[in-house]
Design a protein around this ligand. Sequence first.
Ligand code: ADP
Length: 269
Amino acid sequence: LPGRIFEVAASPMPGGGAVAVLHDITRIEQVERTQRDFVANVSHELRTPLTSITGYVETLLDHENSLSPQAREFLTTILKNATRMNRLTEDLLVMARVESSEQELHPAPVRADILVRDAVQAMSGLVQDEDAVLEIGQLTDVEVFADTDSILQVLSNLIENAIKYGRARDELHCRVIVSAREISEPIDAIEFSVRDFGQGIASEHLNRIFERFYRVDKARSRESGGTGLGLAIAQYVVQSQGGSIRAESELNAGSTFIFTLPKAKTSVV
Ligand code: ADP
């Protein structure tokens, strides 16, 4: 039927043959698309006024000497919240784009070790040497077939989380190990991992942290500038490129975020 979208489920019948069930999901798809467009439009529209608020407040704070202590305190709070809202609108926009497959992906063969090194290098600039140590673990130079920019974003996001939540209680230091290795089970692929030795995640939260806005500790996430969208975005990005993502964790021992990507096909010469 032209213009309609169907979901197909097929199952084999005993004695041969098969049954196929078609669900007309045109309406559901339309509603979801409308919701995505709405979120994208609202986020987009909020950007300009937010940039203006941030700009004016920053200018006022530049003239710190002419401000009363109370005015300075209030302006600092406004700036903090405007920055937080900015991050939220940015993340919502990215989320709407990846969900609607509008984000342009340009998959190509790229070496796994180069992705890891580039992500670690980019993040090293953001951490103070004395409070976080980013290490590179096992590496493989086998190529994956993926969109470099979006995968670097996923790796950076996981490293950022490891730095944010990867501190054991009362510990200032944190250690993060980023690796890439070849696996053959359950499929031939490259497995990337980001490991920390921090607080860990209780098992009841572990399979929910990839949901939109799900945060184990709302206050802590908010304090560190989290939006609760990072892992949901990472999951969409990885899955849309034929991979999968999961987390393994032990309370007070640390967490490992693992994602796979398909290998690039090697051409036979
Ligand atoms: P946020 O913006 O809150 O960081 P994410 O989607 O990136 O959102 O992560 C969701 C939640 O998962 C976080 O709020 C945190 O509770 C938990 N989490 C993510 N990474 C880690 C980690 N490395 N160690 C412990 N908890 C984590």
